[in-house]
Write a protein that binds this ligand. Structure first.
Ligand code: NAP
Length: 307
């Protein structure tokens, strides 16, 4: 994924501590940001700046390199600099939970925040990864999550947990999570069973269990990092996919992952994580501005970086 120079500037927590001096003097002024470590390769500025421009909102969205140690102070600095909110990426999604004045029910269940809205001087935390995933599945495969039997690879990781909880909220026909560390999978299955009443099956990430799970699944989701690096193998190794499978790879690396190639060879329908990225961004925009996001302008902006 290549980043055009006009949106490649990375600000620092120190810049933020200087607050309004830097950000309000920009043209247009910065009023939204993404915090992360690393953050230089985040695609969010493309989609959010395209949305702001399309809607004629005189603000820009910037990248800020914020380490775990600087998160609390950097959030507080947003208040001084008159920001509307921010997105959070690694390593802040979990840590931010305890820094909010209010956390949405979904973000609490997902155990992570990726969107912060500042309202009346208070921080409100949301998670748009889960709803963004649901919108992506509907758009890519033309069917709602509720009709599907879902297998989530890496289902107890950060993104995997948001996807698993979303599947539970949407009452999918069945939910199976395959997690490398089984204890994390069984703990999440138990938590969802107690909190939402869904039955979630947790399995180990091995060939025998995955083969069985594939036989009784419609949608296979990769929420592991396998595919992010060139040369990464498919998380399914050479297990059998059929024409009836829908394969969603949350990875968006600007190229084709081994899993997507495997799905295409098997005649399965497949899609990459770009649509989840788009829809989680659109839902964040809607939280900040309380109006529909300009989805087509946001989608166009992604084409420039999709490789
Ligand atoms: P994470 O929190 O580190 O979770 C990674 C998960 O993958 C864990 O369940 C981990 O298992 C498992 N895993 C890691 N390496 C593995 C391997 N070699 N074999 C099998 N399982 C393995 O990571 P994350 O932040 O959730 O990111 C996961 C993926 O989601 C990434 O590919 C990222 O690009 C994607 N993502 C996409 C979007 C989007 O909008 N499209 C948004 C967020 C994330 P253990 O529990 O055993 O460690």
């Amino acid at each position: 994924m290549s980043i055009p120079p006009e949106v490649s500037v990375v600000y620092t927590a120190k810049d933020l501590a200087g607050g309004e001096k830097i950000f309000q003097r920009l043209n247009p002024p910065a009023r939204l940001a993404i915090f992360g470590d690393p953050v230089a390769k985040s695609a969010s500025p493309f989609i959010q700046n395209a949305a702001l421009k399309e809607c004629g909102i005189n603000s820009q969205y910037v990248r800020v390199h914020v380490t775990a140690a600087d998160l609390s102070e950097s959030l507080a600095a947003l208040l001084q600099a008159d920001f509307l909110g921010c997105n959070l990426t690694m390593p802040h999604k979990l840590a931010a939970l305890s820094l909010m004045h209010r956390v949405s029910k979904e973000a609490n269940l997902m155990g992570a925040i990726n969107t912060v809205a500042i309202r009346n001087g208070k921080f409100e935390g949301f998670n748009t990864d889960g709803p963004g995933f649901a919108a992506a599945i509907k758009e890519e495969f033309g069917m709602p999550l509720s009709t599907l039997r879902v297998l989530i690879l890496g289902g107890a990781g950060g993104a995997g947990r948001a996807i698993t909880v979303q599947c539970a909220l949407e009452k999918c026909h069945s939910i199976t999570i395959a997690n490398r560390t089984l204890e994390k999978g069984t703990a999440l299955a138990e938590e969802i069973g107690n909190g939402l009443g869904n039955s979630v099956t947790a399995i180990t990430f091995d060939q025998e269990n995955l083969t069985k799970a594939l036989e009784s699944s419609d949608l296979v989701v990769n929420a592991t990092p396998l595919g992010m690096k060139e040369g990464d193998p498919s998380p399914l190794c050479d297990l059998h996919l059929g024409k009836n499978h829908l394969v969603y790879d949350t990875v968006y690396n600007g190229g084709t992952t081994a899993l997507i190639t495997q799905a295409r060879d098997a005649g399965s329908k497949s899609a990459s994580g770009l649509s989840m990225l788009l829809h989680q961004g659109a839902k964040a925009f809607e939280i900040w501005f309380s109006k529909p996001a300009p989805l087509e302008a946001m989608r166009e902006s992604l084409k420039k970086i999709a490789g």
